[in-house]
Design a protein around this ligand. Sequence first.
Ligand SMILES: [Mn+2]
Length: 270
Amino acid sequence: MTSLEKPIKWFYVFSPRYEIFHIILRSLIGDSKFFDVNPIFIPQEAFNNTYKSGLSHFLSGNSVKFNVLLDIMSKLPEGEQFIFSDVDIFIKNIEGLIGLIKRHEDDELVFMHENETDDYKNIGFGLMKNTENNRWLHREAMNRINTSCALDQDAINNIIKEFPERYSYVKTFPRPEISQSNFSNVGSSYMFQMLCSSKDPDANIFEKLVSAACASNIVPLKEKIQPNIWNTLIIWMKKNRPNNPLASQSLILPVISTILGVSSIPVQSL
Ligand SMILES: [Mn+2]
């Protein structure tokens, strides 16, 4: 970045339950002058009661994030490039990430890959410009979420497919530089999204923290993590990653009454 260039605005939403990921992400970005970080706090109520049984994802039918995004776009200058992401993003190599963003400075919209093989977009991290096509994409997705309880990410992918000419400019970041935590080569990523697979919020936080713990030493975060989740992390690490710094920690509670019901950990060797 030359001194004449402005930092790129990075907006992300978080609610109280995910404050731990806000603390992690904020500390990973650190004092980088490349980013102008704008965390947006959303009250927990906005995410409560959105799960309806039978829907594929606990956030199906919830358009809070797009409400926030469209509000941001209504205030930013036309054409300005910015980042809009989830809070569950883990940066392993910030210089690598910055280089990648610079390489995409002319692109109108860049999402992550959802999978290791196909071209399905994961919208948990988007580098985008404030253009009418991008505003329309997210407005139309919000309408679909509100009328048919779609999942935000499915709505975006469907619209891109339905309007191939209009949205031929949409790109995806390269793999494995930008990964999901269940990608086999996430270990060589610059940045990954911490995934989860449960309907139980505590189990989801546990799953995401497992991938964070495999990528860095999260022992200093002990005070910020709920005791039951912390204990479950230690138990999991003792069993599966005995050399991890967490595995050497002692348990806080004398008796662990419940081990969170997570069937599979979406994490490979990081
Ligand atoms: Mn996410």
